[in-house]
Ligand binder design. Structure first.
Ligand SMILES: [Mg+2]
Ligand SMILES: [Zn+2]
Length: 198
């Protein structure tokens, strides 16, 4: 049986990491990423984006811009026959920023709030889902939600070998990019979760 869902970090995993990406025209797909999403779509696996967007809290761009960026990303993916089933973002920051956005929230990764919300909305069994990202906080969020986790060496993941502790290496499989992550996910089939938060 295929996995119940694949959660994807956005910046550095699907699209090139631009610090505080704020405009649709800055969106650039990472090579192979759209085809990887399309392969999950073809198997009927829901693909859900979960992204920290503290640029909103920091006042760098308005919250509406996040939706515009995601609409543009969906348009680029559609050109490759690929689609995202849900977008979840965290606009908050605990210590930086302005107004209501400056809160200790339950959704900013490494907290699992966005994954838990998507699981409720889309009826996802998290123990048979995966989280893929380019930062250790992505793996921590996935593990905290009960998912299996993969780190990619694109985006911030280019620096992973220097920065991962031994415990962090045990948290997630490490692969070159999203295409390789999808290879691993589809090859793993339905075997039970083995990762744990450490
Ligand atoms: Mg990222
Ligand atoms: Zn949040």
């Amino acid at each position: 049986m295929p996995p119940t869902a694949v959660f994807l970090d956005r910046d550095g995993t699907i699209i090139e990491d631009v610090n505080y990406l704020a405009r649709p025209e800055q969106v650039r797909l990472i090579p192979g990423a759209a085809d990887a999403v399309r392969r999950l779509n073809a198997r009927g696996v829901p693909v859900v984006v979960v992204t920290n967007q503290a640029g909103v809290a920091r006042g760098m761009f308005p919250e509406e811009r996040v939706g515009e960026v995601h609409a543009h990303l969906s348009k680029l993916l559609a050109e490759h026959g690929a689609m995202i089933n849900g977008y979840y973002y965290c606009p908050h920051h605990a210590t930086e920023g302005v107004g209501a956005y400056r809160i200790e929230c339950a959704c900013r990764k490494p907290a699992p709030g966005m994954l838990l919300a998507a699981a409720r909305d889309l009826n996802i069994d998290l123990t048979r889902a995966w989280m893929v990202g380019d930062k250790v906080d992505d793996a921590r969020a996935g593990a905290a939600a009960g998912c299996r986790t993969i780190l990619v060496r694109t985006g911030h993941g280019k620096n992973l070998p220097e920065t991962l502790s031994a415990a962090e290496w045990r948290l997630a499989a490490v692969v070159p990019d999203l295409a390789a992550a999808v290879d691993l996910i589809l090859a793993a089939g339905d075997s039970p979760s083995v990762t744990s938060v450490s």
